[in-house]
Design a protein around this ligand. Structure first.
Ligand code: GLV
Ligand code: GLV
Length: 356
């Protein structure tokens, strides 16, 4: 007898092939690139044995009740699982598959791209070229901060955090700090120093958030957090928007408490186009051009930022949750999510089962 599975979205063909080839599933699908409206999700899961969902689908008691007692496997097309009500799911004896590892490289790469784009102000530069602001090559125009000799703080040195640290090292990063619940033996590979969060905040030139969203990390980056950062520091979040108190981040940027933010994740997603974070303008450039009187000119050779009064107030660079968005990674995620589902339905081991 065929098992009913419901897919909440269109997925790359790699996964569809697996679902049809194995001949165990009868697939129904919200056949769109956009999320299924809640009512369609509740309708679609009815009687399903398996559910393949996205990180944007909230799978809570209501969905599980709508599905009914047939539901045996949930396979999420993501590494994050904060959208899954795990207590409710476990209570019902439902198995869960997810897609770790296969997206680590793509996500780390994106984190580095976002960090550099933010620090070196690429979006502003692109904008200036388009709007005629590029009048000439100017020594003091669109300067940012470089990675060379810097200290990078990683919050959550897991698979993705490690891959980020490994990629940043060749840029000449001097120290890699990390904080979290426990010291990680593998941190030695990147000379990572396990430090209290306060030390990470006060010493880092770049802070990258790559932890998972849990009750412990929800709202971790708040007013107190930002106030402990260097004024010249750059904040990057590639994990989940809810790790950040976004109002506090906005205030920190607006008040020049920190220099810039690069965000791949926001609350909500999508971020409304009129959100205050998107209205931040670089209004510190003029002030920044004044030379510091207290630093002799001949000391200015190491770091450009030493020569100038205060860090520039940058824009926030916000991108639309693109961490794993390479063609090949999404294809592999699709195959893995489908294989997790099929194996789970057959009572076999899944390639990546979530056991928490
Ligand atoms: C992306 O954010 C994921 O959890 O896969
Ligand atoms: C920059 O293009 C330089 O030549 O210094």
């Amino acid at each position: 007898r065929l098992m009913k599975v419901f897919l909440t979205r269109r997925i790359p063909q790699e996964g569809m092939k697996i679902l049809s080839a194995t001949g165990v599933c009868e697939v129904s699908q919200w056949d769109s690139d956009e999320p299924a409206p809640r009512a369609e999700l509740l309708k679609g899961v009815q009687g399903a044995h398996g559910l393949l969902c996205m990180l944007s689908d909230k799978i809570d008691a209501e969905v599980l009740d709508a599905a009914g007692p047939n539901l045996k496997v949930i396979s999420t097309f993501s590494v994050g699982y904060d959208h899954l009500a795990m207590d409710e799911i476990k209570k019902r004896g439902i198995r869960v598959g997810y897609t770790p590892d296969v997206l680590t490289d793509a996500t780390a790469e994106l984190a580095v791209a976002l960090l550099l784009s933010t620090a070196r102000r690429l979006p502003e530069g692109v904008e200036e070229v388009k709007n005629g602001g590029w009048s000439s090559w100017k020594p003091l125009w669109l300067c940012g901060h470089g990675l060379s000799d810097s200290t990078v703080g990683i919050i959550g040195l897991g698979r993705i955090g490690m891959a980020i640290a490994q990629r940043l090292k060749p840029f000449g990063v001097k120290r890699v700090l990390y904080s979290g619940r426990t010291a990680k033996p593998y941190a030695a590979e990147v000379n990572g120093e396990f430090v209290p969060l306060d030390t990470l905040l006060s010493d880092s030139d770049f802070i990258v958030v790559s932890c998972s969203l849990t009750p412990q990390t929800q709202g971790l980056c708040d007013k107190a957090f930002f106030s402990k950062m260097k004024k010249s520091a750059i904040f990057v979040n590639i994990s989940r928007g809810a790790v950040v108190n976004q109002e506090d981040l906005y205030e920190a940027l607006k008040n020049g408490q920190i220099a810039a933010a690069g965000l791949d994740v926001t609350t909500p997603e999508p971020l409304p186009t009129n959100h205050p974070l998107l209205t931040l303008k670089n209004c510190g450039e003029e002030r920044n051009h004044e030379l510091r009187r207290d630093v002799p000119l001949y000391d200015c050779r190491h770091a450009f930022k030493m020569c100038f009064l205060s860090p520039v107030l940058f824009h926030a660079v916000v991108i639309p949750h693109l961490g794993s968005a390479t063609y090949s990674t999404r294809g592999v995620m699709s195959a893995l999510a489908a294989q997790n589902l099929v194996n789970g339905l057959q009572g076999a081991d899944m390639p990546s089962e979530l056991t928490v």
